[in-house]
Design a protein around this ligand. Structure first.
Ligand code: ADP
Ligand code: MG
Length: 321
């Protein structure tokens, strides 16, 4: 498939939005701004061989490209609106790009995001998605808003993606329950769910928020640093999914995996007097929300040990470390 055939096919698959004055097809897109709102803009890149294996299911890759980016908007409390796709690929093989677009456009469509432009070039496979969203002025969730005494909370379960990675290549058990749990973990790694409705519900409620991509302790460390505080986490309180409990029997290993990252849950801080709101938030977002620690004076992220002492938590994933 040639570049222009590809763009024409793509343009034919893109959803309409009333705030897209001009979408794919001109030199640039035209978007109508929304009164009383701030625009939220984020970009993420997936590199073949770094972020996904070369033989990965292209529809999973498309899903993940959208999901990691939508997760950043979720962490800001934003509503996603528009996307731009910069595709660099060795070839436009329809057997690869069609399912890639299937995965990408399905997740974007679920959140009513319109693809309004992009770029298509030849080279080593690198996929870059830019998302544009909207948030009522002044209400975006930032990393720097936590106060001493705030509770540290996390959505969903932690460690599923890291467990899937660590189990990759190990033999599939016959046991039905463990097998199902392994499949569920694989799904969580390949097709993460961005927590958009939770992020939006946290506007005006959470004092700071981040999505857990590099690992809980590293990401919470960003909140601590930006807020000029320390965070203390009780590892025994980290939420584990039923799949993780089933697939990983060793509690010590489970705790290490829970710090592993790639789960795209939201970690947020909550003024203590708003703790009663957690149950309603959880119900509205259809997600468990768990208090795992608190913010206090000092710096860094510390783990509460069983004997009551504090230990510095390890760092997360760093591409250049
Ligand atoms: P130009 O040379 O002016 O940059 P292009 O040929 O790169 O134009 O793009 C033509 C149109 O197709 C533009 O509107 C651009 O935004 C869109 N487009 C190109 N590649 C993509 C892509 N991968 N995803 C979405 N839109 C794309
Ligand atoms: Mg171009």
């Amino acid at each position: 498939m040639g570049e222009f055939d590809f763009i024409a096919r793509l343009a034919g698959r893109v959803r309409a939005r009333s705030d897209v004055v001009l979408g794919i097809g001109d030199d640039a897109a035209l978007l109508a701004p929304e009164a009383g709102c701030e625009q939220v803009v984020a970009v993420d890149t997936l590199v073949a061989g770094v972020h996904f294996p070369l033989d990965a299911d292209p529809s999973d890759v498309g899903h993940k490209l959208a999901a990691v980016n939508l997760s950043d908007l979720a962490a800001m409390g934003a509503e996603p609106r528009h996307a731009l796709l910069a595709l660099t690929l060795p070839s436009l093989d329809p057997g690869w790009v069609e399912p890639l677009l299937d995965g990408l456009l399905a997740l974007l469509g679920r959140h009513e995001v319109a693809l309004v432009g992009g770029d298509t070039t030849r080279g080593p496979a690198t996929l870059t998605l830019t998302l544009i969203g909207s948030v009522p002025a002044g209400l975006a969730l930032r990393r720097g808003g936590a106060r001493a005494g705030d509770l540290v909370c996390v959505s969903g379960g932690l460690g599923d993606a890291a467990a899937a990675l660590s189990l990759r290549g190990s033999p599939r058990p016959e046991d039905g329950e463990i097998r199902l749990a392994r499949e569920r973990l694989d799904q969580r790694l390949a097709r993460p769910t961005p927590r958009l409705s939770l992020g939006q519900a946290l506007r005006g409620v959470a004092s700071a928020c981040i999505d857990v991509s590099d690992g809980l302790y590293a990401d919470l460390g960003h909140i601590a640093r930006a807020s000029g505080l320390a965070a203390v986490v009780d590892p025994a309180r980290l939420p584990a999914s039923r799949a993780l409990m089933t697939a990983i029997a060793d509690p010590g290993l489970r705790q290490r995996l829970q710090a592993g990252g790639d789960d795209y849950e939201l970690c947020f801080t909550l003024p203590r007097d708003r703790e009663p709101a957690l149950a309603d938030l959880a119900q509205a977002a259809h997600l468990p929300l768990t208090v795992i620690g608190e913010m206090g004076p000092g710096e860094g992220v510390h783990r509460l040990e069983p004997d009551g002492s504090l230990r510095p938590a390890g760092a997360g994933w760093d591409h250049f470390a």
